[in-house]
Structures are given as structure tokens and as C-alpha cells.
Ligand binder design. Structure first.
Ligand code: 13P
Length: 253
């Protein structure tokens, strides 16, 4: 059984006090929800404080990026060990905004994924096509490239700790979510790729989130699809009520 995982990617939003307020509210709203794994991914500057709020609760902490070296002269970067030290269990890697604005390639993503796993963090690895790629029929080839190369050379054991987030770039922050059919088609395709790379048992065990304009009113439809195992939520994770409602509405009946 794959446990539903809903992660809130706060992106570059919320200063320290705002982060503390939001985390406290989310924690209060979700105190009795055990069926779903809820993860908060605040900016680096708030990780430590949010970590203290969610420690010993049912809510997990995640970072939005990491660097692959352990330590040293890499000004501005944050290592996986540092993330672990403030209580992170997850780290988002290869978000389309990192790929688009910061030049992250599959090769870089792969290095970060391996470093995260080596330090005991669980990576949430983002893949997804741009609008023009979808329009020109390249969706599956882009996804294949992202999945095979971002996740290259992972052991079976490591792959089982990894979450994949399918985030079509055209659905991010646009208010236009993929339909449940569009999401399922790609999620199923990703599971097929995992079967080819490993085996059916592994493919059945890995969780695949959908991301892109997820809201409390569309999560029910999306989560009803057999291969959709959760969501990576941007805008709607910035308000405690909407994030908590997404988590609650994702409980598969
Ligand atoms: P939105 O939910 O704001 O579309 O963002 C999705 C996303 O990029 C999450 O990582």
C-alpha cells in the first residue's frame, strides 16, 4: 500500500514569523490526520524553526533544494547533512523552477538525489513537460528523459525511498491543473518506466505525486486515479486552511 503524501512547497514565500504562524496553524488543523503523510517545505531560513514546531507531530519537514557536496567552499549552498541537522526528512530536487531559472540539468539533479539518499534524506524528484513540449507531442519523451536520467544508477533500496513528483510546467501557478485523465496517463507511464528500470514490485511501491494548481476542490478527483499517490502543492499550501483541506480531501475512501 502506498501512503498518500501531500507536500507543501512554500517556494520563496514566508519570512520567519510568517512561517512559524503558518506551521502552527497547519499543525493544529491536522493534529488528528494519520492516514496521509503531510510535509511542509519552507524556505531554508525557516527550516529550523518550523522543524521545532513539527517535531514529534504527524507532520514532516522538507527542504526545497540541496547541494551534493558535504561541506566546503561553496558559498550560498546548503548540504544534505545541514538539512538533516534541522530535522528534514525530505528534500525537493529538480523542481521545474530550478531547472528553468537556475540551469539544473538531469545530471545535476541526479548528483543531488544521490547525495540526499546517502545522507538519509528522502528526495522528492520533480519531472514534467513544458506547454510547447506537450503541444508538440513530446510529453512522454521528456518524462522518460527526466525519469531515467534524474534517477540514474539508484539502487532498488534507494529508489524505494524516493518520491517522484509529476509537475507539468504549464499547470504550475496557472490555475489550470492537469485533468485527472492527463495526470493518470503520465503517472501510469512513469510507473511503466520504473518497471522497465527495475521490476513490477518496485514500480508498484514507489509513490508518484501530482503537482500543478492543486486546490482543495480538485484534489479529490486527482487522487481518485489509481496511480496518483499525493500532491506537491505550491500556492494553496501558503494558507493553513487550504493546505489542511487538501490533505483531508486526499484521504482515499
Ligand atoms: P502551484 O500549486 O502554485 O501550481 O505550484 C505547484 C508547484 O510548483 C509545487 O512544487
Amino acid at each position: 500500500m502506498r501512503k498518500i503524501i501531500i507536500a507543501g512547497n512554500w517556494k520563496m514565500n514566508k519570512n520567519l514569523q510568517e512561517s512559524i504562524d503558518l506551521a502552527n496553524l497547519v499543525k493544529r488543523n491536522l493534529y488528528n490526520v494519520e492516514e496521509v503523510e503531510a510535509v511542509l517545505c519552507p524556505p531554508f531560513t525557516s527550516l529550523s524553526d518550523v522543524g521545532e514546531i513539527v517535531v514529534n507531530s504527524n507532520i514532516k519537514l522538507g527542504a526545497q533544494d540541496c547541494y551534493w557536496e558535504k561541506e566546503g567552499a561553496f558559498t550560498g549552498e546548503v548540504s544534505c547533512g545541514m538539512l538533516k541537522s534541522v530535522g528534514c526528512e525530505y528534500v525537493i530536487i529538480g523542481h521545474s523552477e530550478r531547472r528553468q531559472f537556475f540551469g539544473e540539468t538531469n545530471e545535476i539533479v541526479n548528483k543531488k538525489v544521490k547525495a540526499a539518499l546517502q545522507s538519509g534524506l528522502k528526495p522528492i524528484v520533480c519531472v514534467g513537460e513544458k506547454l510547447e513540449e506537450r503541444k508538440s507531442g513530446k510529453t512522454f519523451s521528456v518524462i522518460k528523459d527526466h525519469v531515467e536520467n534524474s534517477l540514474a544508477d539508484l539502487t532498488r533500496e534507494d529508489m524505494l525511498k524516493t518520491v517522484i513528483a509529476y509537475e507539468p510546467v504549464w499547470a504550475i501557478g496557472t490555475g489550470v491543473n492537469a485533468t485527472k485523465e492527463q495526470a493518470e496517463e503520465v503517472h501510469k507511464y512513469i510507473r511503466g518506466l520504473l518497471k522497465d528500470m527495475y521490476d513490477e514490485e518496485l514500480a508498484d511501491a514507489v509513490r508518484i505525486q501530482y503537482g500543478g494548481s492543486v486546490k482543495p476542490d480538485n484534489i479529490k478527483e486527482l487522487i481518485s486515479e489509481p496511480d496518483v499517490d499525493g500532491a506537491l502543492v505550491g500556492g494553496a499550501s501558503l494558507k493553513a486552511d487550504s493546505f489542511a483541506d487538501i490533505v483531508k480531501n486526499s484521504i482515499k475512501k
